[in-house]
Design a binder for this molecule. Structure first.
Ligand code: FAD
Length: 403
């Protein structure tokens, strides 16, 4: 029997998180293999990549000018469009309020994935295998991935970026709490009559958020979270009828609209894996956490997973998959992942729940964010990156004490 090829780190899954992980680890000097089929070329979603994630991608050689078809996100607005007894006031956040020119860039997924594929193909430290892993063998001292007709690769560490049903997670015996939600997201892009001014508007409805996000020119993308039966019905509508429904939902804020290209529906779920690392496997992206698309958090959280994996691997360079490295990674992710997933799930559930106290709490939270300046700034900074809200608050109280 021939010996398997070996590498220090194997990344399973070539979605956005897997590609970013492979690039970041290779950039940090690790021999890396990226195993998985190419990401879909027919993904109609766009992703709001926030400023700290853009800064990280830039360090890997992926600069803004590589994201053709992306638009800056300067303002974010939340409008309560429910017809409930207790409704929240409209809340608007401007990046300029925290001294930024933009919160991030709204980028078509096909553009992001193509830029990542290109960067991966140009990196000399990355072995790219375009097959799925079909079998895992995990032992105390190595991981062994079989991917095609008995071909295999042995590694010290596996980064499992193999999505919400993660086979590597299962092989490592990591448990995942999962609930399928009574919601699905219809996604599409559209042109409109009036300019969006770099503003994204999230309408909160009884079925979930309906979110318009700017694209270049007088164009936007849409994520319409609704009941699965309604999403199927919207998917089947003629273009003009669907355009009217969207315009109506948006209270004609952007004038007449025309739908561009195709549409897709994504089923929604909450998934939370714990611990996020064991048995030579570290989970990243949707293999570790899945929640509904509210506030553009999913991929940005996955990018922070990658940052922490690189830090843990760097600190245990001789054996990046050793228990000490995995424990350090799991510890570093605990607060961020728990807080982000918890907050997004809570907000989503408070929207679809008919439980009055939940609606009062959501409404009071949004009202406080609208009225209390330091809380608004804190929320905006924390929305971009965990801890940055606290450090800004600390800086400003130190300045006030000093005065
Ligand atoms: C409608 C919608 C809108 C969103 N908008 C935003 C947003 O604006 N901002 C944001 O930050 N996030 C957003 N998200 C979340 C974001 O899309 C996800 O966090 C991100 O796509 C997860 O990427 P991933 O690489 O972890 O998973 P995936 O993209 O699912 O990739 C997993 C990969 O693993 C591969 N794979 C599976 N099994 C194997 C195997 N056995 N061997 C090898 N490979 C395997 C698959 O082929 C796939 O390519 C949104 C999500 C939705 C549904």
């Amino acid at each position: 029997m021939s010996h398997p090829a070996s590498t220090q780190i194997l990344v399973a899954g070539a979605g956005p998180v897997g590609m970013i992980a492979a690039l970041a680890l290779a950039h940090a000097g690790f021999d890396t293999a990226l195993v998985g089929p190419p990401a879909s070329k027919d993904d109609r979603r766009t992703t709001a990549i926030m400023a700290p994630s853009l800064a990280f991608l830039s360090k890997l050689g992926l600069h803004d000018d590589g994201f053709a078809g992306a638009a800056p996100l300067r303002t974010m607005r939340i409008i309560d469009a429910t017809s409930r007894l207790v409704r929240s006031p409209t809340v608007t956040f401007h990046a300029a309020e925290i001294g930024e020119t933009r919160f991030g860039l709204n980028t078509p997924n096909v553009v992001l994935n193509a830029a990542l594929e290109q960067a991966v193909s140009e990196h000399t430290n990355i072995l790219r295998v375009e097959n799925s892993v079909t079998h895992w063998k995990l032992s105390e001292s190595f991981a062994h991935a079989t991917f095609d007709e008995g071909k295999s690769i042995r590694s010290q560490l596996v980064v499992a970026a193999d999505g919400r049903n993660s086979p590597a997670r299962e092989a490592a015996g990591i448990k995942a709490r999962r609930s399928e939600l009574p919601q699905a997201a219809l996604v599409l892009s559209f042109a409109h009559e009036r300019p969006h001014g770099g503003c994204s508007t999230e309408f909160h409805t009884e079925d979930g958020p309906f979110t318009q996000v700017p694209l270049p020119g007088d164009r936007s993308s849409l994520v319409w979270v609704t009941r699965p039966d309604n999403a199927r019905e919207l998917l089947a509508l003629g273009g003009e009828e669907l355009a009217l429904r969207i315009e109506e939902r948006m209270q004609s804020m952007l004038g007449k609209i025309a739908i561009e290209g195709g549409r897709q529906v994504y089923p929604l779920a909450e998934i939370s894996a714990s611990p996020v690392a064991r048995a030579r496997v570290a989970l990243a992206g949707e293999a570790a956490h899945v929640f509904p698309p509210i506030g553009a958090q999913g991929l940005n959280l996955g990018i922070r997973d990658v940052e922490d994996i690189v830090a843990a691997a760097h600190a245990h360079r001789d054996d990046p998959g050793a228990s000490a490295a995995l424990e350090a990674y799991a510890r570093s992710r605990l607060g961020d992942v728990t807080a982000r997933s918890g907050l997004v799930n809570l907000l989503n559930r408070s929207l679809i729940s008919s439980f009055l106290p939940a609606q009062i709490a959501r409404s009071a939270g949004l009202a406080a964010m609208r009225e209390i300046g330091p809380l608004r700034n804190f929320a905006m900074r924390e929305g971009l990156r965990p801890g940055s809200g606290f450090s800004a608050l600390f800086r400003s109280s130190r300045e006030q004490v000093g005065r």
